[in-house]
Design a protein around this ligand. Structure first.
Ligand code: SF4
Ligand code: SF4
Ligand code: FES
Length: 343
């Protein structure tokens, strides 16, 4: 067979992707993962057979002697871009939280607020102390609060007051734990945004639905911090630097399509060992399902529902807590996006 004009040898039964990879020719993939049964569902690995004009999923099509494959024709690139845009049109999620992008110090706002909401005061303070407090008291002086997604839903989260309070001397931290060195990196040229959600849907993502209670000049304390932190929508992704969808969108210079109503209901769920599932980031590639199936365990995630209601979920009448941690870890490793993560 030929790939991009080169004659290549192959063993019978090998897929076009395997033959190309062995020959050092790159074909992008998303729903494919080595060792797993290919599903041929995402369209990202599409190639063109110049002899027939057929567009083929390279991961799920066997190589044939009479094929003359192009991995880079205009049609192929167009189709790959369309496949990515289609995925993004139902991906109402931020790669990075706007507050974090806006913070001059690079404070991982979301992680700080999550620790506060959970009452993990030492963790919250450890995060806060690593990023200098540089802002003022008013919302105008606070770039993070100006862009906070809760601004239109009862007022921005009181990020700066919490940061300042955690950094204050009268709020000590025990020194027996290592400092959190994970730094925020603005690495990718592509950013997905939380689009197409109604106010109610956005509000459903916050543990606390009430309006901002903290006013400038008021005294912050643990109860007030916790209330404010629970108002956070937790916009950003758990794996912003480790997302195959994001990498492909950056590589193919794909933009998120204009806001359109998403039909997807968003589930954010937790399981053993710090497991997290966020359906707004799930592209339904089923890599997690196929990876878990290889373990031969009885309780594993699968696809539930049909059409727009399809979602990844534990078996009926079970919860994520019923799935053992080892299986969940395998699923997280298989997942190409931030839909599944371990903390
Ligand atoms: S809702 Fe939370 S994560 Fe989203 S922008 Fe506001 S503080 Fe940041
Ligand atoms: S959770 Fe991840 S691996 Fe599973 S279907 Fe969604 S995107 Fe794919
Ligand atoms: S990687 Fe081949 S169809 Fe998704």
């Amino acid at each position: 067979m030929k790939i991009n004009g080169y004659t290549v040898q192959f063993n019978e039964g090998a897929t076009i992707l395997e033959v190309a990879t062995a020959a050092g020719i790159f074909i992008p993939t998303l729903c494919y993962k080595k060792e797993l049964q290919p599903s041929g569902g995402c369209g990202v690995c599409t190639v063109e057979d110049i002899n027939t004009g057929n567009l083929l999923p390279a991961c799920a099509t066997c190589a044939q002697n009479d094929q003359n494959i192009s991995t880079t024709s205009d049609r192929v690139i167009r189709l790959r871009k369309s496949a990515l845009v289609l995925l993004l049109s139902d991906h109402p999620a931020d790669c990075e939280a706007p507050c974090q992008m806006a913070c001059p110090s690079g404070l991982p706002v979301q992680r700080m607020l999550e620790s506060v909401a959970a009452g993990k005061w030492d963790d919250a303070r450890r995060i806060a102390l690593q990023y200098p407090f540089v802002c003022g008291d008013k919302v105008d002086d606070t770039p993070c609060e100006r862009v906070c997604r809760r601004s239109k839903l009862g007022g921005a989260v009181a990020i700066c007051a919490i940061h300042r309070y955690l950094c204050s001397e009268e709020y000590p931290v025990s020194s027996d734990k290592k400092s959190d060195q994970r730094k925020f990196r603005r690495t990718s040229t592509f950013r997905s945004r939380m689009r197409g959600l109604s106010a109610e849907e956005m509000l459903s993502l916050a543990a606390e639905k009430g309006d901002r209670a903290f006013k400038g000049g008021a005294t912050m304390d643990q109860d007030a911090m916790r209330y404010e932190a629970r108002r956070c929508l937790q916009c950003g992704c758990e794996r912003p630097d480790n997302c195959e969808l994001r990498d492909l969108c950056a590589a193919f210079d794909v933009k998120q399509p204009p806001a359109s109503r998403t039909n997807r209901r968003i589930y954010r769920e937790r399981g053993a060992g710090g497991f997290r599932f966020d359906s707004s980031r799930c592209i339904l590639c089923e890599r997690c399902v196929r990876a878990a199936a290889r373990l031969n365990v009885i309780v594993a995630p699968g696809i539930q529902g049909r059409g727009f209601d399809s979602r990844i979920a534990p078996p009926l009448a079970r919860s994520w807590d019923d799935i053992d941690e080892k299986t969940l870890r395998v699923c997280v490793q298989a997942c190409p996006t931030g839909a599944m993560a371990m903390r």
